[in-house]
Design a protein around this ligand. Structure first.
Ligand SMILES: Nc1ncnc2c1ncn2[C@@H]1O[C@H](COP(=O)(O)OP(=O)(O)O)[C@@H](O)[C@H]1O
Ligand SMILES: [Mg+2]
Length: 263
């Protein structure tokens, strides 16, 4: 039985492409024959919205069967899994109450490891090849939980002037987390929302390649309105328009990430 690899997507900067990358990589991996579980760790519900329509997402976000309630009760997450309309792609939905998860964690024993404990049975079962966790744009106790529950972390970075702002804080935080989760590995940076016509993009790439000991994935994700249309329709772009540039880019990136994390 192959080992399940858990990858989270974090960056304290909002709008860097975390949810877009998490959902589309997951969908591309499942299309490549892998069994994938998406875990929506953000109150913005974007990962859930990537695979289900708004009515469905809000109903689940306001109900009991979501990540927030599982964490509150410290329950095994197996019962919280739902099948998406796509083969081999499952989801644990999020809740609008996720905004108060930090308070929920505060009084708990070993509070950094609650998600790790709740997800352990699913990992041990080996049912999934990949578990992908989408994180909110913060650096607190909940994101620490997400990192402690993960084997690898991918940092999506927007190729824009402010895209790299705050990256140093992110790396400092990762350094702290590694003290309590020494096996956590930074897989690397995925550069998103790239406009190759802009000179600024070249500068972003030069700066990123100069960072010490940080891998930058070769496959870039360019700006493409098909992504926005696919999200508007709650369908991953690799399913929405298979022939689109973004579908091809996410398919290639999924191949690269799968090779890289299992090397
Ligand atoms: N490659 C892309 N081309 C066009 N728009 C994109 C692309 N990637 C992300 N977006 C848009 O940028 C916004 C932020 O992306 P998102 O994945 O939600 O970032 P985060 O989860 O880091 O906050 C969303 O509105 C999304 O539709
Ligand atoms: Mg997001």
């Amino acid at each position: 039985m192959a080992k399940t690899i858990t990858i989270c997507f974090t960056n304290n900067k909002g709008g860097s492409g975390k949810s877009t990358t998490c959902s589309n990589l997951g969908a591309a991996m499942s299309r490549a024959g892998k069994k994938v579980l998406l875990v929506d760790g953000d109150m913005q519900l974007n990962l859930s919205l990537a695979v289900f329509p708004e009515d469905w997402v809000l109903e689940h976000a306001q109900g009991e069967k979501n990540l927030y309630h599982a964490i509150g009760k410290q329950e095994d997450l197996t019962d919280y899994i739902v099948h998406t309309p796509y083969e081999s792609l499952d989801l644990i939905p999020s809740s609008t109450l996720m905004s108060s998860i930090e308070y929920e964690l505060f009084t708990k024993w070993q509070r950094e490891f609650i998600l790790k404990k709740c997800i352990q049975k699913i990992k041990d079962s080996g049912v999934y090849d990949y578990i992908l966790i989408d994180a909110p744009p913060t650096l607190g106790g909940w994101v620490m939980n997400i990192l402690c529950a993960s084997d690898k972390v991918i940092i999506p970075v927007e190729a824009s002037p402010w895209g790299m702002f705050g990256l140093a804080n992110m790396f400092e935080f990762l350094g702290e987390v590694k003290q309590i989760a020494p096996d956590l590995e930074v897989a690397g940076i995925v550069v998103t929302k790239v406009d190759t016509r802009k000179n600024y993009f070249k500068q972003t790439m030069e700066t990123l390649h100069q960072l010490d000991n940080i891998h930058v994935f070769d496959n870039l994700i360019r700006v493409d309105s098909t992504i926005e249309w696919s999200q508007d329709n709650s369908i991953p772009v690799v399913e929405y328009k298979k022939s689109s540039r973004s579908a091809k880019e996410y398919t290639e990136l999924a191949r690269e990430v799968m090779d890289y994390v299992s090397r």
